[in-house]
Each structure stands twice: as C-alpha cells, then as structure tokens.
Design a protein. Structure first.
Length: 229
C-alpha cells in the first residue's frame, strides 16, 4: 500500500485536515483515525503555521504494519497508537479536530464510528471524512469488479464501498444522529500517480488494494486471469 497508493491517499487526508484549519495555531489538538502510513500527518507537521509544544497530534490505525510505518516516519512528538475507530481509547472531549480519510465506508459500523468521533471531540469541535463518492466518476475503483463480471468470473457479493455516498439523505441522518449540528458534503477528484497505462494501473492496484487482490484471488484456478487483465 505504501509504495503503490500512498501518493494517492495522503493528499486526500491532508486536504481534510486543512479544510478544518488543522494547520492554524488556534488548533490545539488533532486526531487522525485510519492514518495509514502517516504521510498526511507528516505533511501537516510541515504545514503548521506556528509549531508549538502545546499542539497535540495523535494518529491511529487498526493495522499493525501501518502503525509501525507511522512510528518510523513521524517525529517523536506525534502520538501513534493502534486503535479501532469504533472503540477509541480516549476520554470524552479530547480533541479540537478529527480526520478520517477513506475509512468510514469500510468500517463495519459507520454509525458507531461517528458516535465515537463525536464523543472524543470537544464541544464546538470539527470532523472531516472522505468516502468513495460518485460511482460513475470513480473508474479507479469500479473497473476491477466490472471487469470480473464482463469476463464471467465469479466475485463474492460484498457491501459496496460506495454505499454511503449513494444515499446522502441517510448519511446526513446518520451524522446528525451522532450529535453533529450540520454536515457539508462535496466531491473531490483524486488522481492515482503512476497509473499511466492499463498495465501500470493493474500493478499498482494489486500491490496496494487488498480488495483488488481479493478479486484476483476469487478467479478460478482454471480461469485465464490474463483475460481479466
């Protein structure tokens, strides 16, 4: 993931943090959930207007290799923890800002994750999430399952990672139910660096996307997998 998709995912997470003013000196604490390799957190460190010892910057991820990567690349003053976004190990009202990029749509219980987000935010705090958006404008993520289907290969049914964006009314209701006073939603385009041709796209996705690799593994042993490629 770090080598293949980091350059695509990190700018998204950084944009979320900047949209909340996390680089401003009046932001005293930030929690980034599902921080991946920590690339966005590292970029934010350099973007801070006035680095201060009083700024608390915490990053978490559920997966141990990502936690390890964060610890290796982030400075010692950034707290790095392995944590489940649905069961955060922090007291109520701990942070000014909260960021979670590309996590809400894959966590088992999005409502529980939103509840936890609201719980750890201070009164008047802000949170920002990114999820997979308009399916018709997301070929990066729709090509693999469509290709499997077109080639006649079986693909195990699973909840679509687009499900939150497909029903914005339900998403807004979920956010407000968690306790937030309002929700603002916008579309943001992201480019996968290095995917200059079909071959490089497949290579990057196989290296960086567990779901993509799982689709490849779902093809029968007798199938001509080159046909899918």
């Amino acid at each position: 993931y770090i080598n293949a998709l980091d350059a695509w995912a990190a700018p998204l997470a950084l944009q979320l943090a900047l949209s909340l003013g996390a680089e401003k000196s009046n932001c005293t604490s930030l929690l980034e959930v599902a921080a991946g390799s920590g690339s966005a957190a590292k970029l934010l460190q350099t973007a801070r207007e006035t680095p201060t010892a009083s700024f608390r910057h915490v990053v978490t991820d559920l997966v141990e290799p990502m936690v390890k990567a964060c610890r290796e690349r982030l400075p010692a003053d950034v707290e790095v923890l392995q944590a489940n976004a649905e069961e955060l190990p922090f007291p109520d009202s701990s942070f000014d800002r909260y960021v979670a990029s590309l996590c809400l749509m894959i966590t088992p219980d999005a409502s529980k994750m939103l509840d936890e987000c609201f719980r750890v935010l201070k009164p008047g705090g802000y949170a920002a999430f990114s999820v997979w958006g308009d399916k018709s404008k997301s070929p990066m993520m729709t090509i693999p399952p469509a290709s499997l289907k077109a080639c006649g290969f079986p693909h195990p049914p699973a909840r679509s990672n687009f499900y939150l964006a497909e029903d914005k009314v339900a998403l807004r209701a979920m956010v407000l139910k968690a306790g937030f006073s309002s929700m603002h939603c916008w579309h943001n385009f992201a480019v996968l660096p290095g995917a200059n041709d079909p071959g490089s796209y497949v290579k990057l996705m196989e290296e960086g996307s567990p779901s993509f690799a799982g689709m490849a593994a779902s093809c029968p042993e007798s199938a001509d997998k080159q046909k899918w490629r």
